[in-house]
Design a protein. Structure first.
Length: 383
């Protein structure tokens, strides 16, 4: 056995003991104080055994070096090694108790790892922003100024019950009509027979009201005058001042009545159209285009080159509109034939109709008219 081998063996023994002490410490933390004490006692017994072995090894080493006799051990080694092992053991046990009992012993500060030096990053390359494509905006159409007019119908009594009004008596139906675009409403309505009031829409209501109205504007002989047709209904069980009415001028009929005392019922004969009055569709709401015939058949009274005029305007119901094409005294398209319009700022921009044999189409500066007897193409002047 050489000195080096002996020293390595001793170191190995000490390292082995330290490992066992570490295992004992962990076991104590996991299984409680009693088990830690038992484990410590076992290790102390093993330490005693190891002291004997260390003394024997020390004597052998001394004999090989020619120093002390084999019976005189190296006291320094004998004392230093057990003390170091005991200190390690005591430190492990005290650490265990500190953790298990919550002792407020200061914990040594652990060294803080310094962050690594930041890597050098190349500065960003400036990139010119790409301008966003402009978003097209829908044109905003400003609201039209509200317009109104008063229309009147001269009606006559056909039958009256409950009131002293004779058949044939004259009555007046008066309506205030209003619009701000292409739809017309009845704002107010009154019916009088002489001095007797039959109906007024502004009278107070006590009960139910099922109401509807539909007013249509008709082309007059001049653009500043119009006549109107009207349907108006205000019915429902009620008491109080306001009576009930059911009126439809296109069918020439009307009735005003009360179902509670004092009961009455007056039936009327009404003309289809009102008397001519101020138009709702003024110059800004009317389309007027002049032109000349370039192709014509079916109208012997007209020849190529004849001057014609197209007039169109809203009639009070959405895209429904009214149009007329007249060439002098010859009417190629009467205003009573239904047509549709599209609008720009309340004025007709296109006029079309497809009623079987009756066709009207406005395409830019070309106006085409067809019906059973007539086929005409009109080149319109610039507006």
């Amino acid at each position: 056995m050489t000195y080096r081998d002996d020293r390595e063996a001793l170191h190995h023994r000490v390292a082995q003991l330290e490992q066992e002490l570490e295992i004992a410490r962990r076991d104590g933390e996991q299984h409680g104080r009693d088990e830690a004490q038992q484990r410590t006692a076992a290790l102390e017994q093993r330490l005693a055994d190891m002291r004997g072995e260390l003394e024997k090894m020390g004597a052998e080493l001394q004999a090989m070096r020619g120093g002390r006799p084999p019976g005189a051990p190296n006291r320094a080694l004998f004392i230093a090694v057990p003390i170091a092992v005991s200190l390690v053991l005591m430190g492990g046990v005290s650490y265990f108790f500190m953790v298990r009992t919550g002792a407020s012993a200061a914990v040594p500060a652990q060294p803080v790892a310094q962050p690594p030096e930041p890597a050098t990053v190349a500065p960003p390359v400036a990139v010119a922003p790409v301008p966003a494509a402009p978003i097209p905006l829908e044109p905003i159409t400003p609201p039209s100024t509200p317009r109104s007019t008063t229309a009147r119908w001269a009606a006559s009594v056909t039958r009256a019950e409950g009131l002293p009004i004779a058949a044939g008596s004259s009555c007046t139906i008066e309506a205030i009509l209003a619009t701000n675009h292409t739809n017309t409403i009845v704002r107010e309505l009154t019916v009088f027979c002489g001095a007797t009031k039959l109906y007024r829409s502004k009278d107070s209501l006590n009960g139910m009201a099922q109401m509807s109205n539909d007013a249509r504007e008709k082309l007059g002989s001049a653009d500043d005058k119009s006549s109107f047709t009207m349907s108006y209904r205000d019915i429902g069980s009620r008491t109080g001042e306001r009576t009930q009415i059911d009126l439809d001028t296109p069918t020439r009929q009307g009735a005003v009545f009360r179902e509670t005392i004092p009961r009455f019922r007056v039936e009327l004969s009404v003309p289809v159209a009102s008397a001519a009055t101020a138009a709702l569709a003024g110059p800004d709401q009317r389309l007027r285009r002049a032109g000349k015939v370039v192709d014509l058949s079916g109208v012997p009274a007209l020849k190529s080159g004849a001057a014609c005029v197209l007039r169109a305007m809203p009639n009070g119901k959405g895209n429904d509109c009214v149009a007329e094409i007249a060439c002098g005294t010859t009417v190629l398209w009467p205003s009573t034939t239904p047509v549709k319009c599209t609008y720009e700022a309340g004025r007709p921009a296109t006029v079309t109709a497809d009623q079987g044999p009756a066709i009207l189409a406005l395409d830019g500066a070309t106006l085409t008219v067809k019906n059973k007897a007539v086929s005409a193409t009109i080149a319109l002047d610039e507006p």
